[in-house]
Design a protein around this ligand. Structure first.
Ligand code: CAA
Length: 292
């Protein structure tokens, strides 16, 4: 049965090579997921060699962990280690069928990235954005082929979280949307079609939830107390989750929602101070969001 809002799957284009713009936390998890579930080569790009190497190394570490847990066979592990490569140049995208960006959450940066990608890729190549809050329509608006752009929003940790938000912009065509749904299915995610409104569905809900928790802390309840209050209710205490998502992203999300929907969404002064102080969260956490 077709998921609600999914287009005719006969329109989906085959994906034989994937490009990932960015080699950070989300991008490297995406690169591994695409290589593992689609069985295709994936090239990651970033601004300098150091970032590219860090991203590729984190993929290699994760492949090692999967091998140790016997989640992949030695042959699969060896394929994955070779399949994910990194570069500072986008030339490797020339023969990609799909390129996904997971760079800094800022409209002008993402528009610039897509313009650079469009200069390299074929006219049919699908361009996906992993944005969690920005308008897909606006991001595509300056491109020669805005019809090939679609939102493809994953959740951290990418390997574990089942949901994928697929977000067509105003001009996204059916072939692009069909390719997005077929790819999401191949990645074994539960796909939902979200409207291109601020923060789509999930981060809008999460924004209300985190906004109320932030308000409680702004009013003087200690973070540890607020976190303990959800024991058993949520898989992760809210401020541990905030460390996993990243305080800058969480602040950006609340600001986007406040701009779009007004006072229903709270922008926390405490969170702003955490971001301005350059902290990674209210707690110090490891890379899996666990307090250390
Ligand atoms: N990368 C890869 N795998 C990871 C991982 C990571 N960062 N973190 C956990 N895992 C894996 C573990 O290896 C383990 O896998 P195995 O079963 O193969 O061993 C599995 O996940 C379960 O992990 P744990 O046993 O360590 O811990 P847990 O049962 O407490 O689950 C969790 C950890 C899945 C992260 C869980 O705490 C959870 O669901 N937290 C909420 C996460 C969430 O809400 N994410 C959405 C954030 S919002 C977002 O990302 C959107 C945005 O745009 C801002």
């Amino acid at each position: 049965k077709r998921p609600a809002g999914a287009p005719d799957k006969a329109l989906a284009r085959p994906v034989t090579k994937v490009g990932v713009v960015g080699a950070g936390l989300m991008a490297s998890q995406l690169a591994l997921l695409f290589a593992r579930r689609l069985g295709v080569p994936v090239v990651m790009t970033d601004l300098d060699e150091e970032r590219v190497t860090t991203g590729v190394e984190s993929v290699h570490r994760e492949v090692e962990a999967l091998l140790e847990k016997r989640r992949v066979s030695p042959d699969q592990a060896s394929f994955l280690t070779r399949a994910v490569t990194g570069s500072t140049s986008k030339d490797g995208f020339a023969d990609a069928d799909l390129v996904i960006e997971a760079v800094f959450e800022e409209m002008s940066v993402k528009q610039q990235v897509f313009a650079e990608v469009e200069a390299v890729v074929s006219p049919e190549c699908v361009l996906m954005t992993n944005t969690s809050s920005l308008s897909v329509t606006e991001m595509a608006s300056r491109l020669e082929h805005p019809e090939r752009v679609v939102g493809f929003h994953f959740f951290n940790p990418v390997a574990v979280m089942p949901l994928l938000e697929i977000v067509p912009g105003e001009r996204t065509d059916e072939a692009t949307l069909a390719t997005a749904f077929a790819t999401g299915k191949a990645l074994r995610k539960t796909c939902i079609r979200s409207k291109d409104t601020a923060s789509f569905v999930v981060n809008r809900l999460l924004g209300r939830f985190m906004g109320e928790y932030s308000r409680i802390v702004d009013e003087g309840t200690p973070v540890e107390v607020a976190d303990r209050a959800v024991a058993g209710l949520a898989p992760m205490p809210p401020f541990v989750l905030l460390g996993l998502v990243g305080p800058a992203i969480a602040l950006h999300n609340s600001e986007t929602l406040h701009r779009a929907f007004g006072d229903r969404f709270h922008v926390s002064p405490t969170l702003r101070r955490v971001v301005e102080a350059g902290k990674r969260g209210y707690y110090l956490t490891d890379e899996r969001g666990r307090p250390v």
